[in-house]
Design a protein around this ligand. Structure first.
Ligand SMILES: [Zn+2]
Length: 299
């Protein structure tokens, strides 16, 4: 800014010299060629930035004192470097980025309460949890019901980060005033990635999620109080349809309380003994890379 004002001062001291050199040229203001010459001279003397400033300063319709103004619209064509001002920058608060976590937490917080589950799924969960408790397994770190605005932010931050949806193609969500497109692909992806990290997203974050209707729960386990069976296994036992069921659990790579689940995956997760146990109670887990996620459908 300092530099610009110095250049402007230099220009204001030049008019005499300008006039002497171009007296003949600038007498006819309707002659575009001469106007161009005057501008090019000014550019040579003072630089494009100063020319731009002077052009902006000239009152509409009135010819400026020291330099002729080309008709509006002719500047970009005849004088490269005097491009029109860039469009106003987007509101940084609206641009995607980690700060959207705080907005989402304030407006569209996840519920961690089991009582926010849909009544049918809650009844299934209650029985599943009762069985786990009887086997000395405790559970926690719940996420139950999720507002659809939050699901939208989670889903598209993953999509944009991974490049599966272009920032400009992200649909609008009512009430969520976010700008995904930073005008630069790398920047847009980076900002979306910061959101993925800020939200601590574990899985693919479905847009149409069972969480929205209260038909899903994310949870972790504590197996440390389990009593091992005679073979040293962490085995759960319970009754189903009057029959005794016994399932030895593999717990080393499970979703354990206090341990990050993000980025972890269990292959064929639905075939695990713990998943099968849940399924016996109507609580399904089928997404390999979302090890905390249980629902009515598994998805
Ligand atoms: Zn989930």
């Amino acid at each position: 800014m300092e530099e610009a004002s110095i250049r402007a001062r230099q220009i204001s001291q030049e008019p005499a010299a300008m006039d002497r050199g171009h007296r003949g040229a600038v007498t006819s203001r309707s002659d575009g060629r001469h106007d161009l010459e005057a501008i090019l001279t000014l550019q040579r003397l003072a630089g494009n930035q100063a020319v731009e400033m002077l052009l902006q300063r000239a009152p509409e319709g009135a010819p400026p004192a020291t330099v002729t103004t080309p008709a509006p619209g002719t500047v970009p064509a005849t004088a490269p470097g005097t491009a029109p001002a860039a469009p106003a920058a987007p509101d940084p608060a609206k641009l995607s980025g980690a700060h959207w976590k705080a907005t989402a937490d304030a407006k569209w917080a996840d519920s961690s309460s089991l009582s926010d589950l849909d009544s049918g799924f809650k009844a299934s969960m209650d029985k599943f949890l009762e069985m786990l408790t009887a086997n000395n397994i405790t559970t926690g770190e719940y996420t139950t019901k999720r507002p659809k605005q939050r699901a939208y932010l989670l889903h598209f931050s993953v999509e944009v980060k991974n490049g599966t949806t272009a920032p400009k193609d992200v649909p609008k969500e009512d009430g969520v005033d976010i700008i995904w497109d930073h005008g630069d692909d790398a920047k847009s992806k980076k900002a979306a990635g910061e959101m993925v990290d800020a939200f601590g997203i574990v899985g693919p974050a479905a847009l149409i999620s069972n969480h929205i209707a209260g038909n899903a729960i994310d949870m972790k386990f504590d197996f440390t109080k389990m009593v091992k069976d005679k073979d040293g296994n962490n085995t759960i036992t319970y009754k189903k349809d009057g029959k005794e069921v016994s399932r030895p659990l593999k717990i080393a790579d499970e979703a354990v309380m206090g341990v990050k689940a993000k980025g972890r995956s269990i292959s064929s997760i639905g075939d695990r003994e713990l998943s099968k146990a849940g399924e016996d109670f109507g609580v399904k887990r089928h997404i390999d890379n979302d090890i905390v996620h249980w629902s009515t459908t598994g998805n």
